[in-house]
Design a binder for this molecule. Structure first.
Ligand SMILES: [Zn+2]
Length: 551
């Protein structure tokens, strides 16, 4: 009867977590959040005085933790920062846009029927004259799923009209994970793929359910100033025209061409779909674009590994927030970003301190505080496109964004849904603390593609964003949901996202034991966790397999 004894021993160990795990001081976490989200840091806007203060604070803390600089090299020495040049693009003056229906021109109102983004391909003037429109269904080219919506169509000089989300979003089952969104369903993919296909432009047909947000969100986030990383060949990532159109507008154009929008959408949900030209419909536009370059910084700190220093485990989180902006009802103009993402920074700094005090790990551990997340994951995109440490030898990235500063939960989540061994390891590690994994209840919203781990994931690096649980030890799910609703309605992306004296930080300090153990076990192993075989990121990872042989 040895087994029950063993089981009891395991359970006892389980509640306490692993024996050599450090504990994380809630008071210190609170102090970091309080400082970073104070008014003196001006909401941590990139390229502002708030950036200078934030970067200086992070460097000072990493130094005190005993870490080394892991950023750009200058005169043979590494800096604490990686310079991130960013393109800033703004439409200058009015947007002239019109559609010709059977030879009759009809003007289109920017923000109302169409939302045109400032061109990010380097052009300072966009002039399109009578470009034909081609409906390309969901615009997906997925060789691993035997799916190609283009079927060799020539899109040069033409505008691609495309649906949002995956081909199987509406049917709920198929080659794209059913209701859950794969990257093929995300708007960023649609714009990137149309540029690869050589189209002069993209029009995404907005529908509320598959987009997961209404037209006002589309309008607000596409007709303002755009930012992008500075690219060698921006035209490879951006067609001159990137836009969304209202569903009713699209339906009318299809009708004019003698086509039925709903019938064609049904066809687009099958692999046999072929692109269809909207006969008698063409698009014209004329507007100027102001393109500038600004520079911001990623902060990179590193502890070199003792055996395999070229292998890297990364902890990450964005340091930026929205800066100073429009006043709220109280007249407050500073978007402090205490939860978003003062909490993730506090977590990273205390993890760094714990690593700094512990014996060296076999592999190197990097702490990466990225800029311009709020402008579209740009600091992390820049790092992934210009990695200081090779991606092929990057074991994993564990990202932290907007953690809960409250009490302990019985569960945790990650942003979105994905299948990868890194998550399996996190689930197994958390189980030692009796903390359970709760999958994303709304995988169709595509949260996996909205956080800083994603630029790494897209390039094959196993990466996830950890999220605090909602089933609280005190008060259960009801209390957790109340906290969540309070945050999203009253504080998220508002000046009221401020530090509160009543926050216990007990949940974070417990969760950091789990994240520390996850990273430390990886950094002391020779394992290379991969994506599941049916993941869209597996192919990219397998391409660099040879880099992981040897040291
Ligand atoms: Zn955030």
């Amino acid at each position: 009867m040895k087994q029950p004894v063993l089981l009891i021993a395991l359970l006892a160990a389980g509640t306490a977590g692993a024996a050599d795990t450090p504990s994380f001081d809630a008071q210190r976490l609170s102090q970091h959040v309080k400082t970073l989200s104070s008014d003196a840091f001006e909401g941590r806007g990139p390229n502002t005085a708030g950036e200078e203060k934030t970067v200086a604070y992070l460097i000072e803390q990493f130094k005190a933790a005993g870490l080394q600089p892991g950023g750009d090299s200058k005169n043979g020495k590494r800096l604490w920062t990686q310079a991130v040049p960013l393109g800033r693009f703004e439409i200058k003056g009015p947007v002239q846009a019109s559609v010709s229906l059977g030879g009759k021109a009809k003007p289109l109102q920017q923000g109302n029927e169409i939302a045109i983004r400032a061109a990010m391909n380097g052009q300072t003037a966009v002039a399109i004259k009578d470009a034909p429109l081609v409906f390309v269904g969901y615009g997906v080219k997925a060789p691993e799923r035997n799916w190609d919506d283009f079927k060799g169509v020539d899109l040069k000089g033409k505008i691609a009209v495309v649906l949002i989300n995956d081909p199987d979003f509406e049917t709920g089952q198929g080659a794209f994970g059913g209701k859950a969104m794969t990257y093929y369903g995300r708007w960023t993919y649609k714009f990137e793929e149309m540029a690869r296909q050589g189209a002069i432009g993209t029009m995404i047909v907005h529908e509320t359910a598959p987009a997961s947000y209404g037209w006002p969100t589309v309008k607000n986030s596409n007709t303002n100033v755009m930012f992008d990383i500075v690219r060698q060949e921006p035209q490879k990532s951006h067609a001159p025209l990137e836009s969304w159109i209202q569903r009713d507008t699209a339906v009318a154009w299809f009708k004019q061409a003698g086509l039925n929008f709903d019938t064609l959408k049904k066809q687009a949900q099958t692999p046999g779909f072929k692109p269809v030209t909207l006969k008698g419909v063409s698009f014209s536009a004329d507007y100027a674009v102001n393109a500038q370059t600004i520079t911001s910084q990623n902060v990179v700190a590193r502890l070199e590994g003792s055996k395999n220093p070229k292998h890297t485990v990364i902890y990450s989180g964005h340091w930026d927030h929205l800066g100073v902006g429009a006043p709220d009802a109280k007249g407050d103009t500073i978007y402090n970003g205490a939860v978003d993402n003062g909490t993730g920074l506090a977590a990273m700094l205390e993890l760094a301190r714990a690593y700094g005090k512990a014996p060296k790990t076999h592999r190197s551990v990097v702490f990466l505080a990225v800029t311009a997340e709020e402008k579209g994951l740009l600091g992390s995109e820049y790092y992934a496109a210009n990695p200081v440490f090779p991606l092929g030898k990057t074991v994993a990235m564990i990202n932290m964004d907007a953690l809960s500063p409250g009490g302990k939960a019985r569960n945790f989540n990650i942003s979105g849904s994905a299948k990868l061994e890194l998550l399996d390891r996190l689930v197994a590690t958390a189980a030692k603390w009796n903390v359970a994994y709760s999958p994303d209840p709304k995988p169709e919203a595509g949260h996996f593609f909205r956080s800083d781990h994603f630029p790494m994931a897209k390039r094959g690096v196993p990466a996830i964003s950890f999220g605090s649980g909602d089933d609280l030890l005190v008060g259960g799910k009801a209390a957790g949901d109340k906290e969540e609703v309070d945050y999203t309605t009253a504080r998220y992306h508002q000046p009221a996202d401020e530090w509160q004296a009543g926050w216990s930080f007990e949940g974070m300090s417990r969760d950091l034991e789990i994240l520390y153990t996850l990273g430390r076990d990886l950094a002391n192993s020779n394992d290379w966790p991969n994506w599941s075989v049916d993941s869209e990121f597996r192919g990219a990872r397998d391409q660099s397999a040879s880099e992981r042989k040897g040291d």
